[in-house]
Design a binder for this molecule. Structure first.
Ligand code: SF4
Length: 246
């Protein structure tokens, strides 16, 4: 049976209190132990979310060594690079899984008709909200927990992320197995385990998003300088921390 087709009732809000008490003991867990815990605890109601950057590829490879039928989803904005779509095909083939693709309600053509052409160049926040945040919110309603590949040293907004935390923005458990890893550790794992990765990483694209909003970085630039060039924006809104809600 397709794992994605099985839906169990999401775990109730008291889980939030359990997560807070668990955080201290999880501080020194390895990524593999964190993933194993997540699969054991949440079964088919936890899924890895990935845009298939280097960090995401590490998690996918680790997960495949723990459980063959793990769930993996991506927010497909329909503006991704051909190299990213090629990598998605390779992942499905290598790991024998089906990536759950989540789309915006509006096709690119419908968005252009409703909001004008090139919305990303005028109002990237609105574009990201329609093509990334709303689809993610819709997807997470079916889950008790999601697994991400964020690292603390990627952006200032991620610097306080915990290995396991309550995601107040979306109302479920958020698990970040490599939150304390460095970029060097990520690439060591990829090379040591022969993990596939996006071909653009070898062309000075350390961080890869939509084609319209990603460029190669120049020597000496920050790894995320190629995202939303010309705007102060550094996040699409998926990992922004909001005040805890009661
Ligand atoms: S990254 Fe750019 S093109 Fe992609 S959803 Fe955000 S604003 Fe739109």
């Amino acid at each position: 049976m397709n794992a994605a087709a099985v839906k169990e009732k999401p775990i109730a809000p008291p889980m939030k209190d359990h997560i807070v008490s668990l955080q201290a003991s999880a501080v020194h867990w390895t990524p593999q132990r964190t993933l194993a815990w997540a699969f054991e605890k949440f079964g088919n109601t936890v899924a890895i979310s990935s845009a298939f950057g280097a960090e995401g590829m590490v998690l996918i490879d680790m997960a495949a060594r723990i459980r063959k039928d793990f769930r993996l989803f991506t927010i497909d904005t329909e503006f991704l690079f051909p190299e990213t779509y090629a990598l998605m095909d390779r992942i499905e083939e290598k790991y024998g899984i089906e990536i759950e693709k989540v789309f915006s309600v509006l096709s690119p053509e419908e968005q252009a008709r409703s909001h004008g052409p090139g919305l990303w160049s005028r109002d990237p926040d609105r574009c990201c909200n329609m093509r990334k945040v709303e689809p993610l919110r819709r997807k997470l309603k079916d889950l008790s927990a999601w697994i991400t590949s964020i690292r603390r040293d990627q952006t200032s907004t991620r610097s306080a992320a915990q290995r396991i935390e309550w995601d107040a923005k979306f109302g479920l458990v958020k698990i970040n197995p490599i939150v304390d890893w460095t970029s060097k550790q990520v690439w060591r794992y990829i090379h040591d385990h022969d993990v596939p990765y996006n071909a653009l990483h070898d062309q000075d694209y350390p961080s890869i998003g939509c084609m319209h909003c990603t460029r190669a970085v120049r020597p000496g630039e920050d790894a995320r300088a190629g995202r939303w060039p010309g705007f102060s924006k550094t996040e699409c809104g998926l990992h922004m921390i909001e005040p805890a809600q009661s």
